[in-house]
Write a protein that binds this ligand. Structure first.
Ligand SMILES: [Zn+2]
Length: 292
């Protein structure tokens, strides 16, 4: 049986893996992303697939594909925006390609054989340089009518407190977005604003002081509003901030008052596959029965 090929098309690197039908990794290679070069990006993916050979191809991208136009949108790898990436990849590779947002791939990987294995509804959260999310229901990615399902990062932070003001401006044009508080840079900005000291998110987390406490309370309120809408069995954290061990205990301790339920059974879980979740999830875009 042919392997499943997963490609993670990131802003700095393109990674390829091949999984055998049991989900074991049988190939892995990464190359630098030809930044700003669309044709070069297509060629890099093409040569990675060629190195593996036959198999189904799934690709995770830092953005979404508009269902209406088939063009890439919302990508921070700006040279992909407005391009018919799926068609161009299929032409270059000579087979059907499935494209998904990279946070959706992360959620899928953790739902299939990671922290959300066996759960019906999994919300995968990226807390990195940005804040994203993806939803998997019964093993399938929920893409959504606008291809933005799970994108909670540009909702406003719920129930802002005096310590959350003034609402920070976001690159998306809105103010007070969850991402401006809960991304790694958001934590660094908040800490600097309070203390006058510029530290990395990791340094602030290891201090464990009031800055981390504010972060925990904001994350608890933001995830509570997701729980009220989606009611997931498991929320899996990914991205750099997922390494902060205190979150897994402190956040569920604080989200209860904001959830419309007397008891909250939703689990907040560490990722099992770490940095590999994006590329593994891309491979899982094809189910075993469909793999070509
Ligand atoms: Zn925003």
């Amino acid at each position: 049986m042919n392997p499943r090929i997963g490609i993670d098309l990131g802003g700095t690197k393109i990674e390829a893996i091949a999984l055998d039908p049991g989900g074991r990794e049988i190939f892995r290679r990464r190359v630098p992303t030809p930044r700003g070069d669309y044709a070069g990006t297509i060629a890099a993916v093409q040569s990675l697939v060629k190195a593996i050979g036959s198999g189904s191809v799934g690709v995770g991208i830092p953005g979404a594909m508009s269902q209406a136009s088939g063009l890439v949108k919302n990508a921070n790898s700006t040279w992909l925006i407005g391009k018919p990436l799926k068609q161009d990849l299929e032409k270059a590779i000579g087979r059907e390609v499935r494209l998904e947002n990279d946070a959706n791939c992360f959620a899928l990987s953790e739902a299939v054989d990671g922290a959300g294995q066996g759960a019906s509804v999994v919300f995968g959260v990226i807390l990195g340089t940005g804040v994203g999310g993806g939803i998997v229901v019964d093993g399938r990615v929920l893409t959504g009518a606008n291809a933005i399902a799970g994108e909670w990062g540009h909702n406003p932070l719920p129930l802002p407190q005096p310590e959350d003001l003034p609402l920070p401006p976001c690159y998306c044009g809105r103010t007070g977005c969850i991402e401006t508080y809960l991304s790694g840079p958001g934590l660094a900005r908040d800490h600097e604003q309070r203390t006058g000291t510029r530290l990395s998110p990791e340094e602030i987390a290891s201090l464990g002081d009031e800055s981390l406490e504010r972060y925990v309370k904001r994350l608890a309120r933001a995830l509570a509003s997701v729980i009220n809408v989606l009611d997931p069995d498991v929320i899996v954290l990914g991205g750099g901030m997922s390494n902060v061990g205190a979150l897994y205990e402190e956040v569920p301790r604080r989200w209860g008052p904001h959830v419309f339920s007397d008891r909250v059974v939703t689990r907040l879980a560490r990722p099992v596959h770490g940095d590999s979740s994006g590329v593994r999830g891309a491979a899982w875009l094809w189910e075993v029965s469909e793999a070509k």
